[in-house]
Ligand binder design. Structure first.
Ligand SMILES: [Zn+2]
Length: 176
């Protein structure tokens, strides 16, 4: 799976595409792009393998729609329009599902079409590598420093940085 860095860049790309001007909304897009991984939190807190719970129903377009409705509802409660915020949040959250789809180990896959279908899917071509900590030997933070992780980050950047720049260019055109 891509790292939080890759997901955050994807969220920023969505923000650019929708031309969020306010910093607050930009931060929300970054949060939304990482929200699906909150399912890893129980594993992290109980110090079990953080990836164990990863890839449940939070990684689906159904969950992205729920996130969009929540964000739109919040906007409406603050006297703003439902539609734009719904679209922005759904797209930012959905970017996470899409990125993970292209970086998931195919053996278990993700239930991307939940709740319509429980079937798990993963791209046969993996664009992204999962960043792993060889913590047993070197401790968590030092365990992150290895060649495979550098390569994983480079691959992630090779996809998300151009996507961000493209989204920025498109967003600027739309503004004109
Ligand atoms: Zn994820």
């Amino acid at each position: 799976m891509p790292s939080p860095l890759g997901h955050t860049l994807a969220g920023l790309a969505v923000a650019e595409l929708f031309q969020y001007r306010e910093g607050r909304v930009r931060r929300q897009a970054m949060l939304m792009a990482n929200a699906a991984d909150l399912d890893m939190l129980p594993g992290v807190l109980t110090r079990r393998h953080p990836g164990a719970a990863h890839g449940r129903v939070s990684h689906s377009f159904g969950a992205a729609l729920v996130a969009g409705v929540l964000a739109g509802g919040l906007a409406k409660a603050r006297g703003r329009r439902f539609g734009p915020r719904f679209l922005q949040a759904t797209a930012a959250y959905g970017s996470h599902v899409a990125l993970d789809y292209f970086g998931k180990e195919p053996e278990d896959g993700l239930p991307v079409w939940w709740p319509v279908s429980e079937r798990r899917h993963a791209s046969t071509r993996r664009w992204f590598k999962t960043i792993l900590s060889h913590s047993k030997k070197h401790g968590f933070w030092k365990g992150l420093l290895n060649r495979s992780n550098v390569e994983a980050l480079a691959r992630e950047g090779a996809v998300t940085v151009p996507a961000f720049l493209l989204a920025r260019a498109i967003g600027k055109r739309l503004r004109r």
